[in-house]
Design a protein around this ligand. Structure first.
Ligand code: FES
Ligand code: FES
Length: 187
């Protein structure tokens, strides 16, 4: 008798500080597990093929497009969705900046933009250069977060409403607040 192929596994997902144990088909993406199984519908499905950024979440503090991550591969990792970035009733500085500066129109891309911005600010604080960084030597430190830097670093998040000017302003405002640290993103 050969082994019977199994198409599902029981996984434990750590989402926004809570553990969820559930059986999932091995082909289930993290995005579908979050939305369809855990009812965390803040994370949006746009293209479902890694091109729009609407599904961006933080996995171990790093931004990840959840439509390209299998749920089984996310087992045991710390997943943060837009539902988990606020501190109780206190919005995350990136959320507050989007609200204050109208960094959205229809809002469909906004959860992904916010999670991506949180991850991006942590990457920047950690000294990661971007494609438009002039001096990439580690000794040069993080480059100023100019509008050009923000646009490049957020280029994986599309906005059909083209609210880009306000999104860039909001990310710059959050960066100025200096509170979006990598520790916070990983929390
Ligand atoms: S839905 Fe994942 S990148 Fe578009
Ligand atoms: S606010 Fe509508 S898609 Fe970005």
């Amino acid at each position: 008798m050969g082994l019977t192929p199994s198409h599902s596994s029981v996984v434990t997902l750590h989402v926004n500080g809570e553990k969820h144990t559930l059986p999932v088909d091995h082909r289930t993406t993290l995005l579908d597990a979050l939305r369809e199984r855990l009812d965390l519908t803040g994370t949006k499905k746009g293209c479902d093929q890694g091109q729009c950024g609407a599904c961006t979440v933080l996995v171990d503090g790093r931004r990840t497009v959840a439509c390209l991550q299998l749920a089984v591969a996310a087992e045991g990792r710390e997943i943060t969705t837009v539902e988990g970035v606020a501190d109780g009733d206190r919005l995350h500085p990136v959320q507050q900046a989007f609200l204050d500066l109208d960094g959205y129109q229809c809002g469909y891309c906004t959860p992904g933009q916010i999670c991506s911005a949180i991850g991006m600010l942590a990457e920047h604080a950690d000294g990661w250069p971007s494609a438009v960084t002039g001096d990439v030597r580690p000794a040069a430190g993080p480059p100023p977060l100019t509008a050009e830097e923000i646009r490049e670093r957020m280029s994986g998040n599309l906005c059909r409403c083209s609210a880009y000017p306000s999104i860039v302003e909001a990310v710059a405002r959050a960066a100025e607040s200096g509170t979006a640290t990598s520790e916070e993103a990983a929390a």
